[in-house]
Design a protein around this ligand. Structure first.
Ligand SMILES: CC(C)(COP(=O)(O)OP(=O)(O)OC[C@H]1O[C@@H](n2cnc3c(N)ncnc32)[C@H](O)[C@@H]1OP(=O)(O)O)[C@@H](O)C(=O)NCCC(=O)NCCS
Length: 231
């Protein structure tokens, strides 16, 4: 069953809420509340299942944010921020405005193999900078993953693990890297093989593995959350 987690008691992330959503459950009912730009982006997706997943993820994120803010989903206008294209985009770091003013939530979303995880924190706690990522071990099982995704220190750590533990390490590493890259707002404009997934970030960023069982996710997933310090 999909679940919800309140990440509390961890310095820097108190008050951050995380939820998992089965995309098939975030069905078309909520699509009526999506903005024209969101529907326009969906229309560009040729693959029907990718289109459904995109829409369901946006429905889930909007419903999650609206629930925290205590407003109806139709009161929110999506206003994502892309480092290349600017604010009020249909892509990039997610966000919403209400009546033209920022909704005051830091948000992040990740979809993977029929599931999504969403995270939200009050902007005063999380700044504008929160990142969540969900990955499945089947997603890291391809030749060359270690070269494109891991740092040399991570490849050494991996080499010291029993073979049956390596895919879990890769999955965790990837989720942690993408969570960091989403929190920083760059995404994969930064080479993931240059990002240390397991070193303690020097700038005070909190980076943690999420409990996928508590989140109600099926076996094989890893999920990570990164929260940049308020500056
Ligand atoms: C961020 C990124 C790594 C996520 O890709 P992914 O692993 O395939 O997908 P996930 O499901 O985990 O995450 C998707 C969500 O990440 C978020 N996201 C996208 N870009 C982001 C960024 N720069 N910063 C923070 N979050 C971002 C969005 O909420 C997106 O959801 P959406 O598809 O509904 O808009 C990838 O989209 C990326 O690197 N983007 C930057 C490059 C790019 O998109 N360039 C083209 C636009 S100019």
């Amino acid at each position: 069953m999909p679940g919800a987690l309140d990440v509390t008691g961890i310095p820097g992330v108190s008050g951050v809420a995380v939820r998992s959503v089965r995309l098939a459950d975030a069905g078309p009912d909520g699509e009526a509340f999506l903005d024209p730009a969101e529907r326009g982006r969906a229309a560009q997706l040729r693959d029907a299942s990718a289109r459904r997943d995109f829409l369901a993820g946006r429905v889930a994120l909007r419903g999650f944010a609206a629930g925290i803010l205590g407003v109806g989903p139709g009161n929110l206008t999506a206003a994502s921020v892309c480092p290349d294209c600017g604010t009020d985009q249909d892509h990039g770091r997610p966000g919403y405005v209400i009546g033209g003013a920022p909704a005051g939530l830091a948000l992040s979303l990740s979809r993977c193999r029929g599931w999504a995880v969403v995270a939200a924190g009050p902007a005063a706690v999380a700044g504008a900078a929160i990142g969540i990522d969900l990955e499945h071990r089947l997603g890291v099982r391809f030749d060359g993953f270690d070269d494109v995704a891991l740092t040399s220190a991570e490849r050494r750590l991996l080499g010291g693990l029993a073979p049956e533990r390596r895919d879990h390490f890769r999955t965790r590493a990837w989720a942690r890297k993408e969570a960091l890259l989403k929190a920083s707002g760059t995404g994969l404009r930064v080479n993931p093989a240059s990002v240390e997934a397991f070193a303690r970030p020097a700038d005070g960023t909190v980076l943690l593995d999420l409990d996928t069982t508590a989140l109600g996710l099926p076996e094989g997933f890893a999920a990570a959350l990164a929260v940049l310090p308020v500056r």
